[in-house]
Design a protein around this ligand. Structure first.
Ligand SMILES: C[S@@+](CC[C@H](N)C(=O)[O-])C[C@H]1O[C@@H](n2cnc3c(N)ncnc32)[C@H](O)[C@@H]1O
Length: 269
């Protein structure tokens, strides 16, 4: 894992079962009777370690599936799922499809688009990548107003971390603003001319062993943006401050019920 790649597959997989539920809900939005008889071509953008890509490939009876991710550490684990009709590539989901890429029947992206800005433009590019009756299925977290995020931003802005974040130009907070309101996604899909759409806000309730398990959860995802720019000792210090403040805010519960909002988008051309 290099400094530009803080994805840690083991940390991410600590909550594998909880994280896969929205993926299955997302895939179930795809209209199977609209896909080509020989099976659809599928791309999974921000595919991570690929086991869910393999699930989608199987569930959709795909003719070919390509998983694309920018993290070498995640892709390294995806290789075990590869087959002649299911392949994995390094790439930037925001730049998809790029020049010379053939149109695909289904674009899936689960819990990945929140890492890039300008979702209007990204969704327009993905819409252009679709075949005539192609479908788009995208899930992003919609919980930036939850204490797990709000407290991280507040701790990062504390004077105690000013020096630590200085070399990278300040705490990396803009990423939390990338996700749009559900109704804005609906408008964007309409503006892009999709014939049918569904946009849904869903709360996934997760029973974690304790409040401090929330730290373990976000360490595998949203805190990686802090880890990427901090020295290891500063990141450890950040984690201690974050855990303390989070428990003060949420209370020290065993178990802790983590109510996690997610936005699921589906659209068909
Ligand atoms: C939370 S994981 C989700 C992985 C998988 N889709 C799943 O549902 O388990 C987010 C993934 O997005 C990838 N990612 C983040 N920014 C990306 C980018 N600009 N281009 C491609 N992949 C990106 C990360 O490397 C990571 O594997």
């Amino acid at each position: 894992v290099t400094s530009s790649d803080q994805w840690d597959p083991d940390q991410y997989h600590r909550f594998r079962a909880e994280r896969s539920r929205p993926f299955f809900d997302l895939v179930s939005l795809i209209e199977r009777d609209r896909t080509p008889l020989l099976g659809p071509s599928v791309v999974d953008l921000g595919c991570g370690t690929g086991e869910l890509t393999a699930e989608a490939h199987r569930m959709l009876d795909a003719r070919v599936t390509v998983g694309i991710d920018s993290s070498a550490a995640m892709l390294e684990q995806a290789v075990v799922h590869a087959s002649p009709r299911l392949t994995f590539e390094a790439g930037d989901l925001a730049a998809y499809p790029g020049d010379g890429v053939s149109p695909v029947d289904i674009v899936i992206s689960n819990a990945a688009m929140q890492w890039v800005p300008d979702h209007e433009t990204v969704l327009a590019r993905w819409a252009d990548a679709l075949t005539e009756h192609g479908q788009l299925a995208v899930q992003v977290p919609g919980n930036v107003d939850h204490a797990s995020h709000v407290v991280a931003a507040a701790v990062a802005a504390e004077p105690a971390f000013e020096e630590a974040f200085a070399p990278s130009g300040g705490p990396p907070l803009d990423a939390v603003h990338h996700v749009l309101a559900p109704e804005r996604y609906a408008e964007v899909l309409d503006e892009l001319g999709f014939a049918a759409q569904q946009v849904r806000l869903q709360v996934y309730g997760h029973h974690l062993a304790s409040t401090s398990e929330v730290v373990e959860w976000v360490k595998g995802t949203s805190l990686t943006r802090f880890q990427r720019v901090l020295e290891p000792a500063d990141f450890d210090r950040f984690l201690v401050a974050y855990r303390t403040r989070l428990i003060e805010t949420l209370g020290d519960h065993e178990p802790y019920f983590y109510a996690f909002k997610r936005i699921l988008l589906w659209a068909r051309r």
